[in-house]
Design a protein around this ligand. Sequence first.
Ligand SMILES: Nc1ncnc2c1ncn2[C@@H]1O[C@H](COP(=O)(O)OP(=O)(O)OP(=O)(O)O)[C@@H](O)[C@H]1O
Ligand SMILES: [Mg+2]
Length: 334
Amino acid sequence: MSAKVIACDVGYGFVKAVSDTGSRVVFPSLVAPDRGDSLGVGDLFGRPPGHTVSLRPPGGGAESYLVGEAARASFLASGFLGAEKPAEMHDVLLLAACYLAGAGSEGHLPGQVPRLAVGLPLALYRPQRDALRERLSRLAAWASVDGGPERYFSFREVRVYPQGVGVVFAQDGLPGHGFAGIIDVGHLTVDYLLVDLEAGRPVPEASGSLEVGCHLLAKEVARAFREAAGEPLPHRLEGYVLRAAAEGRPVGYRGRELDLSRAYREAAAEVATAVSKQVLSAWADWAKFITLTLLAGGGALALGAELARSLPSARVVDDPTFANALGFLRMASR
Ligand SMILES: Nc1ncnc2c1ncn2[C@@H]1O[C@H](COP(=O)(O)OP(=O)(O)OP(=O)(O)O)[C@@H](O)[C@H]1O
Ligand SMILES: [Mg+2]
């Protein structure tokens, strides 16, 4: 059965999508042109990680891309660098996620996907939501992922929601009285909300976005690598070295063992301190009346323990990485 409602959180670090049929998809927000299997040995090693995506506008020619892990090894890989999300890259990631989550239709007279929900950081919500909704409403393309059959994508209704608000709707009601804090810790951004539990709505003066996130961990580990190795860390090996540092393992380099786990832990503590200071300052005197702080986003897995130390009654939500997407799905299903 084709998905009728699909919620897609195209983050600066990872794309997360969920559908009304129960599918879940997550992959890094990376895209590269697909130049084929240059060595011709790929088949010998089973299916590689990541995806190949082919997109064809109605009546046009197809373009092929590597998406997610598959793009990481390419010199031509691009991720989102600054606050801007270039439309072409955004849409390749979005359509790949929608396909993998089971949306789209095949055949000569394909139908539209009934409903798509996407998010925007709180700070960009008002200025950009209408333009994003209009652009995605006009999007139409045939897509094939990992060599599967072509499916047509066009969205009958597009809803745009603010990040962080998704986290609230992903919970089965917020307990208690007073105020609740919500923090969505992402790759490049942190969204924070203060919810007045009696009024059942956010307090705008105490909600917003910060330009800080988990990419700073990668930056610090790369700096520590440069110091320890005396050479820069090649960009495409950043993920490998970061994972080792996060898991407390050394990496072998030119016959030496480089242990960057301390640099990682120190960076995590620093980033968590920066986040909690800025959020507490925005929450001002409300902070003392907060009975619950919910931590979400993939960053809650990296920084949750550190953040919980300095924020009032904090806990990491179930499924923090998918919290926004699951909340968008609930909101869009109404
Ligand atoms: N299992 C994990 N353990 C530790 N850290 C993790 C884990 N999963 C994700 N992260 C961290 O979370 C970050 C990504 O989180 P998330 O997917 O919420 O970001 P995003 O939504 O792409 O970013 P943004 O909200 O800024 O657009 C990654 O940078 C990574 O460092
Ligand atoms: Mg996010």
